[in-house]
Design a protein around this ligand. Structure first.
Ligand code: G3I
Length: 459
C-alpha cells in the first residue's frame, strides 16, 4: 500500500487516481477562469514573448504607445504581455508638454510612464528638439530667446523624468532627405545654426546624466548620403567630446523603401564610432511571408551588431498605426499575432516560427452541423506541456467548396482562396493542456468532403 507523506489514507486505485487528477486539472482551469484575464496572462508569461525572446539575447523589445488607448483592455493586455520598453508616440513632444512658454503639461506622458513602470518596462523619451509638432510660439522667438527656450525645454522635461528614461531622442530628424547631406531648415537650424545640435546634447547631459542621449532620424537605415552626414556628425561629436551615446534608426519600411541590404553594415559603422545603436520606430508595410521575412531580417541585423541594444516597433496594432492601411505592425486589428510576429520570435532564437523549444499544440477536427449545401466544422486547439501565447492552423477546403463564415479566430487566405490560415482572435493564450476552438462554415457546392487540417504551430 502507498502512502503520501501527509497521511491521507491509501492511494486510490489507478482509475480513481486518473479521475482525481482530472478533477484537479478542471478545478485549476476553473480557478484560472475565475481569476479572469490576470490569471490567464500570468500563465502566458511562461511562454515566449517579444520581450522575453529579445531579453534572451540581451536586447529590449519596445513599442510606441498612445495614452488614449490605455483604456482598451486588448491593447493593454497585448502591451503588457509582449513588450519590455515603451516610447510615448506623441505625448512627450514639444506641443504636448510645453504648449505655451514655460507652462508644462505632463499628464498624458506621465500616464504612459507610470503604466510602464508598474509593469517593469523601460521608457524611451521621444523627443526633445524637433522641427515638427512644435507649438507656434517657438517659431516666433528671436535668436537669444529661442536658445533660452530650447535649453529650458530640455532641462525641464528631462528633470521631470529624471531616472525614469533609459534613452532620450535629444534631437530628431535634423538632416534633409536626399543627397545633400545638409541640415534641414527649422527654427533651430535657421536661427541658432548647426551648433544647436551639440548645444542640445550638452544641455541634456547636464539635465539627466544617467540617460543615454540619442540622435534619431529616418532614411538613415542603409549607407547613403543622409546617413553618412549623420555619421560624420557623430564622428565629430565623439572626437570633440560632445556627449552622445546612441543613434536611433527609425526604420519605417515599405516597398518603395525596403529593408536595405547594408542595414547591418550601416548599424555597425555607427557602433564602431563608440555609440550604441537602436532601432527606434520600426514598421514594415505589407503582409504574410514577405513582411515576416523583412521583420526577421531586421532582428538579425540588430543581433549582428553587439551595440544594437534594442528594437522598438511604432505601435502595438495595425489598427492604430500612423500607416494603418499598410498593416505594418506585428499584431493585426484584432490583436492576433501575424506571421511577422513569429518571424521576430524565431530570429531571436525563440520558439515561434514553426515550433522548437517547448511551445507545442495539437488539433482535432469535428463536423458539428450539416445541411443540404453546407456544413460547420470545428477545430479544437490544445496546448502541449507548456503555456502558449499563440497558435496557427491551416485549413484547406476542396474546390468548388468555399468557406463562407468563420468564428472565434482570425483568418487569412492564400491567393487560391482554398487555404485558410487561422490565428487567435483573443484566444491565443492557453495554459498547458488547455484548449480553445474555432469554427467555420463550408458551402459544399456539391462536394461534401472534409477539409484537411494542418499541424498546429505554437508560439
Ligand atoms: O489628437 C488629435 C485629435 O484630437 C484630432 O482629432 C486629430 C485630427 O487630425 O489629430 C490628432 O492628433 C494627431 C496625432 O498624431 C495623434 O493621433 C495629429 O493630427 C497627427 O499629426 C499625429 O501624427 C503623429 C506624427 O508623428 C506627427 O508628426 C503620429 O501619430 C506619430 O506616429 C508620428 O510619429 C513620428 C515620430 O514622432 C518621428 N518619426 C516619424 C514618425 C511617423 O511620422
Amino acid at each position: 500500500m502507498i502512502f503520501t507523506s501527509v497521511d491521507r489514507g491509501p492511494a486510490p486505485p489507478p482509475r480513481r487516481r486518473f479521475l482525481a487528477r482530472r478533477a484537479l486539472v478542471l478545478a485549476t482551469a476553473g480557478l484560472l477562469a475565475a481569476g479572469g484575464v490576470g490569471a490567464l496572462s500570468d500563465t502566458a508569461h511562461a511562454a515566449t514573448t517579444l520581450g522575453s525572446a529579445a531579453a534572451a539575447q540581451g536586447r529590449y523589445f519596445g513599442t510606441a504607445v498612445a495614452a488614449n488607448h490605455l483604456g482598451e483592455s486588448a491593447y493593454v493586455s497585448t502591451l503588457d504581455r509582449e513588450f519590455s520598453s515603451v516610447t510615448p508616440e506623441n505625448e512627450m513632444k514639444w506641443d504636448a508638454v510645453e504648449p505655451s512658454r514655460n507652462s508644462f503639461s505632463f499628464g498624458s506622458a506621465d500616464q504612459i510612464v507610470s503604466h510602464a513602470q508598474s509593469k517593469g518596462m523601460k521608457v524611451r523619451g521621444h523627443t526633445l528638439v524637433w522641427h515638427s509638432q512644435l507649438p507656434g510660439w517657438v517659431a516666433g522667438l528671436g535668436t537669444a530667446d529661442l536658445r533660452t527656450a530650447m535649453n529650458n525645454h530640455i532641462t525641464q522635461v528631462m528633470q521631470h523624468y529624471k531616472g525614469k528614461i533609459h534613452s532620450w531622442d535629444v534631437v530628431n530628424e535634423a538632416f534633409q532627405d536626399g543627397n545633400s547631406g545638409a541640415r534641414r531648415s527649422s527654427p533651430f537650424q535657421d536661427k541658432l545654426g548647426s551648433g544647436f545640435i551639440e548645444e542640445a546634447f550638452r544641455t541634456a547631459r547636464a539635465a539627466d546624466p544617467a540617460a543615454k542621449l540619442c540622435y534619431n532620424d529616418y532614411n538613415t537605415d542603409g549607407v547613403n548620403a543622409k546617413s553618412t552626414a549623420v555619421y560624420n556628425m557623430v564622428k565629430d561629436f565623439k572626437s570633440r567630446g560632445v556627449p552622445i551615446d546612441c543613434v536611433g534608426f527609425q526604420s519605417h519600411f515599405n516597398s518603395a523603401s525596403p529593408v536595405p541590404a547594408d542595414y547591418r553594415a550601416n548599424l555597425q559603422r555607427f557602433a564602431d564610432l563608440g555609440v550604441d545603436v537602436q532601432i527606434t520606430e520600426l514598421d514594415i508595410e505589407g503582409s504574410g511571408a514577405s513582411q515576416a521575412t523583412s521583420y526577421g531580417n531586421v532582428v538579425k541585423a540588430c543581433l549582428g551588431v553587439s551595440r544594437c541594444t534594442g528594437i522598438t516597433v511604432w505601435g502595438v496594432t495595425d489598427k492604430y498605426s500612423w500607416r494603418s492601411s499598410g498593416t505594418p505592425l506585428l499584431f493585426d486589428g484584432n490583436y492576433a499575432a501575424k506571421p511577422a510576429y513569429d518571424a521576430v520570435i524565431s530570429a531571436f532564437g525563440g520558439t515561434g516560427g514553426g515550433g522548437g523549444g517547448n511551445a507545442t499544440c495539437s488539433v482535432s477536427y469535428s463536423r458539428t452541423a450539416s445541411w443540404n449545401g453546407g456544413f460547420n466544422g470545428q477545430v479544437t486547439v490544445t496546448a502541449g506541456s507548456t503555456a502558449i501565447s499563440g497558435w496557427t492552423v491551416a485549413v484547406t477546403v476542396t474546390p468548388p467548396q468555399k468557406v463562407s463564415a468563420t468564428w472565434n479566430g482570425s483568418p487569412t487566405w492564400d491567393s487560391s482562396g482554398n487555404v485558410m490560415t487561422m490565428r487567435p482572435n483573443g484566444n491565443g493564450n492557453l495554459a498547458a493542456g488547455a484548449s480553445t476552438s474555432f469554427g467555420f462554415t463550408v458551402m459544399t457546392n456539391g462536394n461534401t468532403s472534409a477539409p484537411a487540417i494542418g499541424n498546429c504551430t505554437a508560439s
